[in-house]
Design a protein around this ligand. Structure first.
Ligand SMILES: Nc1ncnc2c1ncn2[C@@H]1O[C@H](COP(=O)(O)OP(=O)(O)O)[C@@H](O)[C@H]1O
Ligand SMILES: [Mg+2]
Length: 264
């Protein structure tokens, strides 16, 4: 048999020379990253460093001032957020964004509708195909709530749930679209220490169970040190360090950037 030619696997996410200006402010400057399949990596930096802006650029909320972003080899410039989500990018938000006037179950169901992209026609005439997919969506949503131990809250409104449970629901909802890339923006924010322990277990479990690359922003360094195999540090939009957790913990530039920040 002929040996197969070795081809480089296409990165799940590739960012080159990403720059974002807001008026006179350069929030992100010449940012580069390459994430492979099933990696679990981190992005840290002091408040205002540009971390969330990077996630907003990847998910298409902003158009980059300069640079290139590719998801699975597909350039995302000009793509609207729902198209980028259809490429397999899901995210959670620093400030939880759940649909509070819908039940927990419907939060998951609606996210899946986006994935399956129903047209008005099918829902209006309630075609057979529509009904079948509806059943499939409900079955899958029930399954997801079950494995996230959220089934007992299925009919509740998200705002009535404990904060830690809302965070968990937001992650479950993100996973319901079967993402290849999951962006978590400060998932431990506002959680107490026992919720944080649970979150660490949850993220580790998701990483083991799902075929997904996870890229997370987090201020709680213990979370990052435990979970991430690689961490990138930015300050004032610029990359100041990157490496394995131990390198980052002791990196002089990181210590300087965080000086006065008691979270590290
Ligand atoms: N839509 C926007 N318009 C103007 N400035 C913004 C906008 N979004 C973020 N910024 C600014 O960009 C910088 C980086 O913000 P952000 O990415 O939210 O930081 P981080 O998530 O690291 O705390 C901050 O100075 C912030 O005020
Ligand atoms: Mg942020």
């Amino acid at each position: 048999m002929q040996p197969q030619p070795q081809t480089e696997p296409v990165p799940v996410l590739e960012i080159r020379g990403l720059t974002q200006n807001f008026g006179g402010l350069r929030a992100v400057s010449d940012f580069n990253v390459e994430l492979g399949k099933n990696q679990l990596t981190g992005l840290i930096g002091p408040n205002g460093a540009g971390k969330t802006t990077v996630f907003n650029l990847v998910s298409g909320f902003y158009q980059p001032s300069e640079g290139m972003i590719q998801v699975g080899g597909v350039p995302t410039a000009e793509l609207k957020p729902h198209k980028i989500s259809a490429l397999g990018v899901a995210r959670t938000f620093q400030n939880i964004r759940l649909w509070n006037d819908m039940s927990v179950m419907d939060n998951i169901r609606v996210a899946q509708h986006y994935r399956l992209g129903y047209g008005f026609f099918h829902s209006a005439v309630r075609s057979k195909r529509y009904r079948r997919r509806e059943e499939e969506i409900t079955r899958e949503a029930t399954e997801l709530l079950d494995i996230f131990e959220l089934k007992k809250y299925a009919d509740e409104y998200p705002r009535n749930l404990p904060y830690g449970t809302q965070r968990k629901l937001e992650i479950a909802r993100a996973l319901s679209i079967h993402p290849k890339l999951l962006l978590l923006d400060e998932p431990a924010a506002g959680l107490n220490s026992s919720d944080i322990r649970e979150l660490i277990r949850l993220i580790r479990w998701i990483h083991g169970q799902f075929d997904v690359t996870i890229w997370m922003i987090e201020h709680h360094m213990d979370v990052m040190m435990e979970l991430c195999t690689h961490i990138k540090v930015i300050d004032f939009g610029q990359t100041i360090a990157e490496g394995v957790p131990d390198e980052i913990r002791n990196h002089p530039a990181v210590i300087t950037a965080y000086l006065g920040d008691d979270k590290i």
